[in-house]
Design a protein around this ligand. Structure first.
Ligand code: C2E
Ligand code: C2E
Ligand code: C2E
Length: 91
């Protein structure tokens, strides 16, 4: 691969997402559904998302990207390899 230092991918577990409390998981569920619709990608058990999407979700959840990444991992909806993947932005 050209990018030897490429960060690990951010991969959402769509099945685990369905089993979370709707109140907390609702924004993430809607965001993932929007990406699926934009791609026409409805059949997957997982969904690879952009680095930028974690930053957008951090704004939605009013958390730092790092904190939100760790929370999603603890919920079991984000691959553990994603930890530390998303750079902090100044906000
Ligand atoms: P777009 O950003 O203009 O991307 C157009 C097409 O380029 C995408 O069509 C896809 O075939 C390809 N593409 C762009 N970036 C990537 C990438 O990082 N990896 C891969 N494998 N392909 C890429 P597609 O998938 O039908 O998506 C259509 C539009 O839906 C995109 O237009 C974008 O506006 C939106 N979209 C799709 N997936 C995502 C996502 O994960 N996050 C965000 N923010 N938007 C997305
Ligand atoms: P991988 O990235 O490790 O993904 C493994 C499998 O997880 C994929 O097998 C697919 O079944 C599922 N998967 C991952 N992300 C998504 C997603 O956003 N939507 C859906 N519906 N399924 C997802 P698959 O499709 O046979 O791909 C095998 C390998 O081919 C991938 O391994 C990856 O290395 C490569 N690949 C496939 N599509 C892309 C792509 O758009 N961009 C890049 N760079 N590699 C791709
Ligand atoms: P990937 O397809 O392996 O792409 C890895 C990285 O290469 C992307 O990280 C992005 O930085 C860059 N890249 C790939 N294709 C394009 C492109 O067409 N335009 C631009 N500007 N950059 C591109 P990123 O953005 O964090 O995305 C991570 C993964 O999320 C992608 O892995 C892919 O699996 C998925 N993804 C992101 N956007 C889209 C999209 O629009 N459509 C689809 N089908 N998958 C996407």
């Amino acid at each position: 691969a050209a990018a030897a230092a490429a960060p690990p991918k951010l991969i959402l577990d769509l099945e685990a997402l369905q089993h979370l409390d709707a109140g907390e998981a609702g924004p993430l569920t809607r965001y993932a559904a929007t990406i699926q619709a934009q791609r026409g990608d409805y059949n997957g058990k997982v969904l690879s998302i952009r680095q930028d999407d974690m930053r957008t979700l951090a704004v939605i959840y009013d958390e730092s990207p790092t904190t939100l990444t760790e929370r999603f991992i603890s919920w079991g909806v984000l691959n553990p390899e994603a930890k530390g993947d998303v750079e902090e932005s100044s906000s």
